[in-house]
Design a protein around this ligand. Structure first.
Ligand code: UDP
Length: 360
């Protein structure tokens, strides 16, 4: 995004460095050996309420409508997630109006005066039985931590609904880039002022190139040589499979909250991409402490450590820290796009100020 803005918007020459051999970061998708479009780093599902973000990305892609739906595997079968009226109906074998569900949930919820952790959040909404069925095991696997050790914001990503809306997201815009994310990024980067240095580590790049500004999207602790110690990030391992069946599961993602299984969810891409094919591609996600950093881990001590790095970042002129890893925020894709566009505006303002100062 910033390469595009700086090149197309400000006439800058830009080198995009990535240690991976491809563009697009974790949103990278590609056609596998069976001819199926898959996401190498797990499912990336686009949704936003921002007209600005939608307009910006639409310069580089057309879209296909896709509303994401998720089922969770429970002892009572597969039920829609987030918890909604249909989920309750399947679990308890009776229908619920919104008022009845509200009353029922209030009767099983645990009163918690100060909702701090993800455990507090879920218990205070739906009580212990549903907490254990849907959240406890999934979260312990995903983060290697108990929900009581994570900020409420983590579980609050998946709030309970008093309606039959079983979509995973409620955003105004929900869609997938028609020809995939990689194609979108390729078009974004297709400009004479933009060159790519792929398969190159930042440490090597910084001694190879001369530059007068830097957009840094790697882990912020790494940038500062882990001066205050390592910031924790959570990683994932993926098991990609091609199956000799047309469809593997009824929806894009099935969640597996049980701690008896090592993976958290299975994605079947054809639901997301709309591709028609006699075979199908799926991905299992295995959370891991080792491997590339994917998620910052939202909890107070990590936020405090990040703030120390952020103070260093604030005192580092000419370097802009952007994205999940560099700003240590559990951002969705649209939030990262918005952050990048805001950063571009900041750079423009700083640049204009510097020019005014030089002229004076
Ligand atoms: N979560 C859960 N059970 C679920 C779905 C989500 O416990 O069935 C919790 C879990 O802690 C997860 C968080 O909610 O990490 C956020 O879920 P989301 O689907 O937004 O995760 P992401 O797609 O970002 O990995």
């Amino acid at each position: 995004m910033l390469a595009d803005r700086l090149a197309r918007g400000s006439g800058k020459r830009v080198i995009v460095v990535d240690k991976r051999p491809h563009v697009g970061g974790n949103a990278y998708d590609h056609v596998n050996e069976a001819g199926l479009l898959v996401h190498r780093y797990g499912p990336h599902i686009f949704h936003t309420n921002s007209v600005k973000v939608m307009d910006y990305l639409s310069k580089f892609t057309e879209w296909r409508r896709y509303e994401h739906r998720v089922l969770a595997e429970t002892p009572k079968g597969r039920v829609p997630m987030p918890i909604n009226l249909t989920t309750l109906e399947r679990l308890y074998g009776r229908t619920f109006s919104a008022e009845e569900a509200e009353h029922f949930l209030r009767s099983i919820a645990e009163p918690i005066a100060n909702v701090v952790s993800s455990e507090d959040f879920v218990l205070s909404q739906v009580g212990r039985e549903l907490y254990e069925m849907f959240f406890r095991g999934y979260t312990r696997k995903q983060w290697g931590l108990d929900p009581s050790q994570l900020d409420r914001s983590v579980a609050a990503r998946v709030p309970t609904r008093l309606s039959i809306d079983d979509r995973y997201f409620t955003d105004r815009y929900q869609c997938m880039p028609l020809q995939g994310y990689t194609r979108m990024f390729e078009r974004m980067l297709d400009h004479p002022n933009i060159s790519l240095a792929l398969g190159l580590d930042y440490q090597e790049a910084k001694t190879t190139f001369t530059f007068d500004g830097l957009i840094y999207t790697g882990p912020i602790d790494e940038y500062f040589g882990y001066r205050y110690g390592a910031l924790p990030y959570r990683s994932l391992k993926f098991r990609h499979e091609i199956r000799d069946e047309e469809w593997h599961q009824p929806v894009g993602v099935v969640n597996y909250p049980s701690e008896d299984l090592p993976y958290t969810r299975v994605t079947e891409y054809k639901h997301l991409t709309g591709q028609q094919h006699a075979r199908t591609a799926i991905t299992y996600e295995y959370p891991s402490a080792q491997g590339d950093p994917y998620y910052p881990i939202p909890r107070p001590e990590n936020a405090a450590l990040f703030q120390r790095y952020r103070s260093l970042a604030d005192a580092t002129p000419g370097v802009h820290f952007v994205g999940r890893l560099a700003t240590y925020r559990y951002y969705n894709m649209d939030q990262v796009v918005a952050q990048a566009l805001t950063t571009y505006e900041t750079i423009g303002a700083t640049h204009a100020e510097a020019q005014t100062a030089n002229a004076a």
